[in-house]
Write a protein that binds this ligand. Structure first.
Ligand SMILES: NC(=O)c1ccc[n+]([C@@H]2O[C@H](COP(=O)([O-])OP(=O)(O)OC[C@H]3O[C@@H](n4cnc5c(N)ncnc54)[C@H](OP(=O)(O)O)[C@@H]3O)[C@@H](O)[C@H]2O)c1
Length: 326
């Protein structure tokens, strides 16, 4: 099969199309014939050799999510049959014509979703559901602040939070991104290059912050939180270390938490898949939530897809289209 391999840690050009043996499913796995593969910022970090816990990346096939059809089921798999249309969360391996995955990490392609849209769902939806709604415990009527509002993660968080009755504020790096986020339901869209988000949001305060920035944002995020507020980290692109006032954390009973999805156990991901199907799939069915697709590329142009992601010019998701040769 054709697959994109990371030749060695480095720039986008280390992503090369190569022939690989088609994987075989273990008893608890399914083999998926991939039709589309989502591109995520962690893929870029993995390619650079900077993704915590990814180990040696040379020879690895990146890709944390796909959509396609089940080609073959392992001997213990009863839930799926060959021909079923699924999307799946993967530890790696999505940039390929075929991939094997734990059968419990697959979900049906939601009605009305294309394969490209379905491939854009698992990594961002699992991450947002766990961090905003499970760890952050966002409730209807509360206010969520999302940094990187125009990212794949951000566009998902805005839609899910508003669909479930919360108010949303976002930060983004230009006016077009702010407009797109407002159209998705954000009530406040702050261009952080022109305005101080802390000053804008101080009068209202927020209950949950989903943060991928870290660094000097940390103290500002904590100052913005209402009593019993929650700060949830999913990355720290501007620095992991931060200074903040611990007395303030005590006085206002703030919670600081965070998580990374990829290293979690197979059982955890299976439970999260079930929660996502229960709570998020109905929102996809009514079109209250749809992934925002910025652009697709053919599998062979994965390097160009990474270049676009690193430019941060995109709004929403970038997806690879994979035409499997049978
Ligand atoms: N913890 C987890 O389990 C988990 C899972 C998936 C993703 N993530 C993280 O979530 C974030 C979003 O992922 P994604 O795939 O949705 O990424 P993405 O679409 O590439 O979005 C990243 C956005 O962050 C903004 N940004 C702000 N400061 C930045 C900086 N210093 N460097 C680069 N970008 C910066 C950029 O927009 P503007 O600057 O214009 O606002 C950019 O569009 C990433 O940091 C990713 O690593 C975490």
């Amino acid at each position: 099969m054709n697959a994109i391999i990371i030749q060695q840690p480095g720039g986008p050009d280390v992503l090369q199309l190569q022939q690989q043996p088609r994987p075989r499913p273990a008893a608890h796995e399914v083999l998926i014939r991939v039709q589309a593969a989502g591109v995520n910022r962690p893929d870029v970090l993995m390619r650079q050799g900077k993704y915590a816990g990814s180990g040696e990346v040379a020879g690895l096939v990146p890709g944390l999510e796909v959509a396609g059809t089940i080609e073959q089921c392992g001997t213990d798999v009863t839930r799926w049959r060959p021909g079923d249309a699924v999307c799946a969360l993967l530890p790696a391996g999505g940039y390929a014509e075929y991939v094997v995955v734990d059968a419990r990490h697959c979900l049906p392609v939601p009605a009305g979703c294309s394969m490209v849209e379905a491939a854009a769902l698992p990594e961002t939806v699992f991450t947002v559901w766990h961090n905003v709604f499970q760890r952050g415990a966002l409730r209807p009527g509360e206010t969520l602040l999302v940094h990187g509002g125009s990212s794949g993660i951000g566009t998902t968080a805005i839609q899910l939070a508003t669909a479930l009755g919360s108010r949303v504020a976002i930060t983004a790096g230009d006016a077009a991104k702010c407009t797109a986020c407002r159209e998705l339901g954000a009530e406040w869209a702050i261009n952080y290059k022109e305005e101080d988000f802390e000053a804008v949001l101080k009068p209202t305060g927020v209950d949950v912050v989903l943060d991928m920035i870290g660094g000097e944002y940390t103290a500002k995020n904590l100052r913005l939180l209402n009593d019993d507020g929650r700060l949830v980290f999913i990355n720290a692109m501007q620095g992991a270390a931060a200074e903040f006032n611990a007395l303030d954390v005590m006085r206002r009973r703030l919670t600081i938490t965070g998580s990374t999805l990829r290293p979690r156990s197979a059982d955890f991901k299976a439970a999260l898949a079930a929660a996502v199907q229960q709570h998020v799939w109905p929102l996809v069915a009514t079109a209250a939530f749809r992934p925002v697709i910025h652009r697709t590329f053919p599998l062979a142009e994965a390097a160009a897809a990474h270049q676009l992601m690193e430019s941060s010019a995109h709004i929403g998701k970038i997806v690879l289209e994979v035409a499997a040769a049978r």
